[in-house]
Ligand binder design. Structure first.
Ligand SMILES: Cc1cc2nc3c(=O)[nH]c(=O)nc-3n(C[C@H](O)[C@H](O)[C@H](O)COP(=O)(O)OP(=O)(O)OC[C@H]3O[C@@H](n4cnc5c(N)ncnc54)[C@H](O)[C@@H]3O)c2cc1C
Ligand code: SF4
Length: 539
């Protein structure tokens, strides 16, 4: 079935797809976004249901293999110590993300120059800075200006309260003389732009029914749809098509909500399917001139997959920490150990995030991403009465380095509900990341004890959290060298001049911060570059 051609076709309505659509609005080009998931309504979010916690282990699990919904695609992660997690709907993974919103730091864009590892990005912090600000304004970000770990900027809203838990941990950092700051979050501390402020229910991963969290279903998409951007939901793109003579993208083939296969022509194709979905789509788009997958003459599509490997340490205190009250996003963040210090025996570093606790059943069944259920019987009772209310934890968020053997490929046997090949993840924890986690774990114990914990609990078995592949980066990296990168410094494919990529797959390095603020700033920057170069876009 053929559809009327459009100027711009965006695949994926998550964090990055929404941001670039917003940037391109002013061009008055006809913009269409194809999204494999549905547009969820208030009633679809389980956070107001009595059995909301159960949904974390079923239809609202962050693990697509557990959800197994029609719009999901399975992921074979048998050969990985970390499972990539996501959400597939309008809003993408910002539906179930926690809204923790740190920016990358200036050094993150120059690791080759500063530390001799990985590669420098073709853009730097100063270039992205106005796009971070613009995105913060649109999204509604709460935080405290003046963080000495960053060049000067001001979040538009005051910080959310750090709570008893944050105050307690801050005391520990102060005792050690180490940096901490209230976290930036894309959660409204005040009513903003017609949206309601956070009501502190603490169910943020279940799709914030209040609309206080910065999911693009609440931020960008209402504006975009009002402005005439067409959003076609439950439409899964099977492949991007290419003119075999000119090598230009011509559009896509997709499976529509009507059960039919459609052809959609477009002048410009923008891929925003995330660090796993994007390489999957490109690898599925094989043709005579791109036998190894679209835009893959470098062989880099799918390579250099980076996560943020995590571990955590929990302190048990004498007083209740009220850890499950308030939004789940980190309350305070320390970047004391973020930059390279040669005496530590590893390069780059990590952040220490004060994770709030989860709700009781989730804690009992293994926590959020941890998968370490507490025992049944008397011990269960003891932990729920005497440990759970008194805990405050620190999460070590490590910077992963790009390694080519960590990759997304196509699984030869596994397919989604439309019969399209599913991704396979191959990922080993690098030696540098392992050392970072060990170092972080030791420092976290020191902080918790300094904060007054009577006991610290850590897994201590070198294991990273399994269901914690929240951040997927690097699989279609940016770069100036077409033999070592997939897109150029402003997101355009080296091989296909009307094909752009805007999600976390274009990251060159991972930093040690949650990526979405940077993903969206980059998408806005790519949009701006398209507008600036519009006359010579395909040269
Ligand atoms: C549980 C959880 C907690 C998180 N917490 C945080 C946090 O606190 N802070 C933070 O910065 N980040 C967090 N993240 C990560 C954050 O959600 C992602 O970084 C961000 O959403 C990625 O944006 P994206 O545009 O690359 O992809 P997504 O937002 O994942 O959007 C991709 C979209 O593309 C669609 N798509 C994919 N393939 C196709 C196809 N073939 N056809 C049509 N549509 C397709 C998908 O359905 C999806 O809607 C979290 C993620 C999870 C899962
Ligand atoms: S705690 Fe705040 S951000 Fe989280 S779900 Fe509730 S209202 Fe939304």
């Amino acid at each position: 079935m053929k559809n009327e051609p459009v100027d711009v076709l965006i695949v994926g309505a998550g964090a990055s797809g929404a941001a670039i659509a917003w940037s391109l609005l002013e061009t008055r080009m006809r913009i269409l976004c194809l999204e494999q998931g549905p547009h969820l309504a208030d009633k679809d979010f389980p956070s107001r249901d009595d059995d909301y916690e159960l949904s974390r282990f079923g239809k609202f699990s962050c693990d697509p293999n557990v959800r197994g919904l029609k719009q999901d695609y399975p992921i074979n992660a048998d050969d990985s110590c970390i499972m990539p997690v996501n959400f597939n709907a309008v809003g993408g993974s910002t539906i179930n993300f926690l809204g923790h919103w740190p920016r990358m730091k200036p050094s993150d864009f120059k690791t080759k120059t500063l530390d001799g590892v990985a590669d420098d990005w073709p853009v730097d912090y100063a270039t992205l800075s106005p796009f971070y600000d613009m995105n913060d304004q649109t999204t509604g970000v709460s935080g405290l200006a003046g963080n000495p770990a960053y060049p000067k900027y001001s979040p538009p809203l005051p910080p959310i309260p750090i709570g008893k838990l944050g105050q307690t941990l801050a005391k520990g950092f102060n005792e050690m003389g180490w940096h901490w700051w209230p976290s930036d979050v894309s959660i409204l501390s005040e009513d903003y732009d017609g949206r309601q402020k956070c009501v502190n229910a603490g169910t943020c991963d279940l799709g914030c029914a209040a609309g206080a969290k910065g999911g693009t279903n609440f931020t960008y998409w209402p504006m975009l749809e009002n402005a005439g951007v067409e959003l076609r939901t439950e439409c899964r793109v099977r492949e991007i098509t290419v003119d075999q003579d000119t090598g230009m993208a011509t559009g896509v083939i997709y499976h529509g909500s009507d059960g039919q296969v459609h052809e959609q022509k477009a002048e410009l194709v923008i891929v925003a399917c995330n660090g796993v979905g994007t390489p999957r789509l490109l690898l599925n788009s094989k043709s005579k001139i791109f036998p190894d997958g679209l835009a893959n003459r470098s062989g880099m599509v799918g390579k250099n997959l980076m996560f943020h490997p995590l571990t955590g340490v929990t302190g048990v205190f004498d007083e209740p920490m009220k850890g499950h009250e308030g939004p789940m996003a980190c309350s305070i963040l320390s970047q004391e150990f973020y930059e390279t210090d040669a005496t530590r025996g590893f390069v780059r570093g990590y952040g220490l995030h004060s994770g709030r606790s989860t709700t009781p059943m989730t804690y009992a069944l293994g926590g959020f991403g941890i998968d370490n259920p507490i025992p049944w019987g008397d011990e269960h009772r003891d932990v729920m009465d005497n440990v759970y209310p008194y805990i405050a934890g620190l999460t070590v968020v490590a910077e992963d380095l790009p390694e080519e053997h960590n990759c997304v490929t196509l699984d030869p046997n596994l397919t989604d509900s439309d019969g399209i090949s599913a991704p396979k993840i191959t990922y080993r924890l690098g030696e540098n990341s392992r050392k970072i986690l060990k170092h972080g774990e030791e420092r976290a114990k020191e902080i918790l004890l300094a904060a007054g914990a009577n006991k610290v609990l850590s897994k201590g078995d070198d294991a990273v959290w399994w269901r914690a592949g929240w951040h997927q980066m690097g699989t279609c990296r940016m770069g100036d060298d077409p033999s070592r990168s997939v897109v150029n410094g402003w997101g355009r494919s080296h091989d296909v001049k009307n094909l752009f990529i805007v999600d976390g797959s274009i990251f060159v390095t991972a930093g040690a911060v949650n990526p979405t603020s940077t993903i969206q700033a980059l998408a806005l920057y790519v949009g701006d570059s398209i507008k600036t170069n519009i006359e010579t876009l395909f040269d």
